[in-house]
Design a protein around this ligand. Structure first.
Ligand code: URA
Length: 216
């Protein structure tokens, strides 16, 4: 798997990451969602550089110009519900993508153990397409792997791209084992610890709750 981590280079991205982590700024859920969306846009821009391009003739009021534009058929797949703001950001740039939505949640067996339950599943056919699988928090990696297993019955994509905001080294290791070696992971930043509940440390807390409020 090819891993591209974006925060190594100084850019405005690092301000957005700092804000989503900051306990004080997190109180503003609209800013939290907006920052995740902005990170999605930056990820989309970076991913766009790895797509296949083709020339197209554009007619302006004064003449014509040959431009090189992405030719990939993209399917953008996100995991409900935490993935929605990241999905919006990616879709702002890949505006003609098809979309897939899958629900995955942690069903806790006890305080520290959980299994991933995948229930709602809505995906177009994936044959020959570029699948962008997005998950804001790559913690253990089990959710994204479970979703990928479910997606296999919807066809074989030409390429798989993973888009994440905050990840853990443990999660990246699992993806390296479970996804084809040609898979590309674009990730804004990586932390090196998970706590005993499988949350990323320092991470940011629960992305779904911060975006949409606490659940029962
Ligand atoms: N999901 C979250 O929202 N946060 C984590 O740290 C891990 C999974």
């Amino acid at each position: 798997m090819i891993v591209k981590t974006l925060d190594a280079k100084n850019s405005i991205l690092n301000k957005f990451i700092a804000e989503i982590r900051d306990v004080t700024i997190q109180k503003d859920s609209m800013r939290f969602r907006k920052n995740i969306e902005r990170i999605g846009e930056i990820l989309a821009y970076e991913i766009s550089q790895s797509l296949v391009y083709e020339n197209k003739v554009v007619t302006t009021p004064l003449g014509t110009k040959i431009v090189s534009i992405p030719k990939s058929d993209i399917v953008l797949c996100s995991i409900l519900r935490a993935g929605l703001p990241l999905h919006n950001g990616l879709l702002n740039y890949f505006d003609d993508a098809e979309n897939a939505f899958i629900s995955a949640y942690r069903n806790h067996i006890n305080e520290t153990e959980f299994e991933i339950k995948v229930e709602y599943f809505a995906s177009p056919n994936l044959d020959g397409k570029t699948l962008i699988l997005a998950d804001p928090m790559l913690a253990t990696g089990q959710s994204i792997v479970s979703v990928y297993e479910g997606l296999k019955k919807h066809g074989t994509p030409k390429e798989i791209i993973l888009a994440c905001v905050i990840g853990s080294n443990e999660g990246i290791k699992l993806l390296e084992k479970q996804f084809p070696s040609s898979t590309k992971l674009w990730i804004a930043t990586v932390d090196n610890k998970l706590n005993d509940k499988g949350y990323i440390v320092p991470g940011l807390g629960d992305a779904g709750d911060l975006a949409f409020g606490e659940k029962l």
